[in-house]
Design a protein around this ligand. Sequence first.
Ligand code: AMP
Length: 452
Amino acid sequence: MTTFKDLGLAPEILEALTEVGYETPSPIQEQAIPTLLEGRDMIGQAQTGSGKTAAFGLPLLNYVDASDPDVQALVLTPTRELCIQVTQAIRSYGAKKGIDVVAVFGGAPIKTQQAQLRSGGQVVVGTVGRVKDLISRHSLVLHSCRFVVLDEADEMLDLGFLEDVEKILSLTPSSRQTALFSATMPPEIRNLSEKYLYEPALVKVQAENLTVDTVEQFSLEVPRKDKPDALAAVLKAERPGQAIVFMRTKIGCDQLFRKLKNEGMKVLIATDVAARGLDVSTVTHVINFDVPNSPDTYVHRIGRTGRVGRSGRAVTFYEPKQDTDLAAIEKHTGITMGKWSSGATTIPQKTTAPPKRHEKPKIEAKPDAPAKQDGPLQRLIASVGKDDGVEVRDIIAALTKVGLQGEQIHNVKVLGRFSLLEVPQSEAERVCREASGSKVGNAELKLEVAGG
Ligand code: AMP
């Protein structure tokens, strides 16, 4: 497992990373950091959420000389929001090294930003329009700028900033190092790279495969001191086939391990180091004993269960003051977690808007509650998915052929390689038996009870 230290970062930067709680590099960081530290130009194809800000921010900070007041690095962003976000991140990564980071963006008084630039700003993060404006007023001088980043370059071009970006690049030293990050690579981005980057390395990461759709997710508010008891209660009620319990620190893991061992419980306890790269395809349950320190970490943690063809369950403990952390995770995944109770079987709902803290979880609205006459529902897994050209109506058609009514088929979700649905428990076995073997889309249907 690669560490940030292995990537060649300076001690002050490593110290700051410990402070912000990053334990291991994300895939884009693992590839981009050594490349940029070598001094090479780079094209990074990565989305927000991949950890791209640290991927360019850390090498940039590694190079900046804290004793030199000149602007040494410039990060261009398409929007004000991204500008502020990137500034905050880079400030936190550069704090121990004493690096001054200034944000410049439109819609705010230019005089204040001019004053900030006069009094420092070794790293400037700015929106294209405001940067150009400040250059033309001689408030931003780029002759010592040896590092330039174009963040979300495709968006910059979509917003019509190509000409301005080219103008700004032409005002920086030709010996500069340039990194371009973009989620997509349309021809305009390729042209720009060819013109302004020198033999760039291409670093590409797959968008994180959010397996969260196949995982039933719950949260449980627990004061810190009660967590071990709550864990015992959850394990007792859930009776997991195989569970991983995630904690933030190794010390915590050791203590909890001893306690559970004394009580005769066998579970795997891990820190986030284990969350990346660990592939335990039989894991049925993930318990977040501590709230993950970022939404991305949450996805990595619960991605240990709900692997292809299986459904999993995840329970996240949060302490009374951590409801904002939970809200951030729900916003990132688009899922409102159900409140865990020993009988919790409800399925989380996809949401489009971030859940409000005071709102009751949507699942209590019972839109998918079983119709009275059906009794309890059973979740099934169908072996066909979008990749087979299957749509929801194909699954429904296959089931109505074996005698189910349309309204008895609930929560059909067609995913890439398989689909999930629910039918009355009393019909589940018969339906699996009779519908399996029929043709759906281009593939043969195999239908099984989830977790069975
Ligand atoms: P970004 O894609 O740069 O917007 O980062 C997405 C989120 O992941 C932010 O909340 C970062 O603070 C967090 N993050 C970035 N890198 C790491 C890491 N190596 N470990 C844990 N969290 C990270």
